[in-house]
Design a protein around this ligand. Structure first.
Ligand SMILES: Cc1cc2nc3c(=O)[nH]c(=O)nc-3n(C[C@H](O)[C@H](O)[C@H](O)COP(=O)(O)OP(=O)(O)OC[C@H]3O[C@@H](n4cnc5c(N)ncnc54)[C@H](O)[C@@H]3O)c2cc1C
Length: 230
């Protein structure tokens, strides 16, 4: 969120140059998801010298495994339009340390390949002996996912409860544990998509109207527990 908005604002004409530029740099993106792909595409557009995207999980298979049958979402290897523009995708890799230059700037990452081991249903990543590797990098972008709403005065002073995934907990009426405080979007659902945020916002608005007026004519397209049917 430090890197991408500035790049977008150059496209909007707000800035002549991006506040953080990847031009001429070896870039490593830690995180193999969609935000990582946004960072990869943007780094290429800036004219990065090289771009690597690290993913701790193994490379997904090209075709559905038996354990992932239709109609579940296929967990297969995908190439986004950003990936078609270049870059190297590294899988089963973990960062061991950031290596700095004499001025304290990042100069590279020490990494190790990892093997995913599942114990009691919980996945851990064990380093593979002898797989240590150094990657030069003058820019490292962290794209490892939303880990819940930021803690701080807003959440603390409202006194709202969090759920087990550190999102703001809510009931079927979009209400938190605090009377008159409602929650919608990523704050309650966790990392998601714009379509869900829009549908949640509309549904929560209907719930607020019902709470204020006793009834509502506003549309309520979804409930808090609806999940994508891809
Ligand atoms: C880099 C990135 C790329 C993404 N790409 C996609 C994509 O391609 N497609 C897609 O569908 N989704 C994408 N998403 C996810 C999508 O952006 C979110 O799911 C969606 O924006 C959630 O909407 P929201 O309204 O819940 O929260 P937000 O969009 O985060 O809005 C919350 C707003 O609240 C404001 N705010 C925070 N604190 C306060 C306060 N104290 N008082 C007042 N306002 C406050 C924030 O400034 C912000 O404007 C992406 C997310 C990221 C981070």
């Amino acid at each position: 969120m430090d890197f991408l908005p500035g790049a977008n604002r150059v496209q909007e004409g707000d800035f002549e140059h991006p506040p953080i530029s990847a031009t001429g740099k070896d870039v490593i993106i830690i995180g193999g998801g969609d935000t990582g792909a946004d960072c990869l595409g943007t780094s290429h557009r800036h004219g990065a010298a090289s771009v690597h995207q690290f993913e701790i999980m193994p490379r997904p298979p090209d075709a559905r495994p038996d354990a992932n049958p239709w109609p579940t979402w296929p967990m297969i290897y995908r190439v986004s339009s950003a990936h078609e523009e270049g870059g190297e995708r590294e899988y089963s890799i973990n960062t061991v340390r950031f290596v700095g230059d004499q001025d304290g700037n990042v100069a590279g990452l020490d990494t190790v390949r990892v093997e995913q081991v599942v114990h009691d249903g919980r996945a851990t990543f064990q380093p593979v002996a002898g797989s240590e590797q150094h990657f030069p990098a003058q820019m490292v972008l962290l794209a490892m996912g939303f880990t819940g709403p930021e803690s701080g005065p807003l959440i603390d002073q409202f006194g709202v409860d969090l759920d087990a995934r550190s999102n703001v907990a809510r009931d079927d009426s979009w209400t938190t544990n605090v009377e008159g405080v409602f929650v919608a979007g990523d704050m309650g659902r966790g990392q998601s998509l714009i379509v869900w945020a829009i549908a949640e916002g509309r549904s929560a608005a209907a719930a607020v109207d019902r709470w204020l007026m006793g009834d509502t004519e506003l549309p309520s397209p979804i409930t808090p527990t609806d999940v994508p049917q891809r």
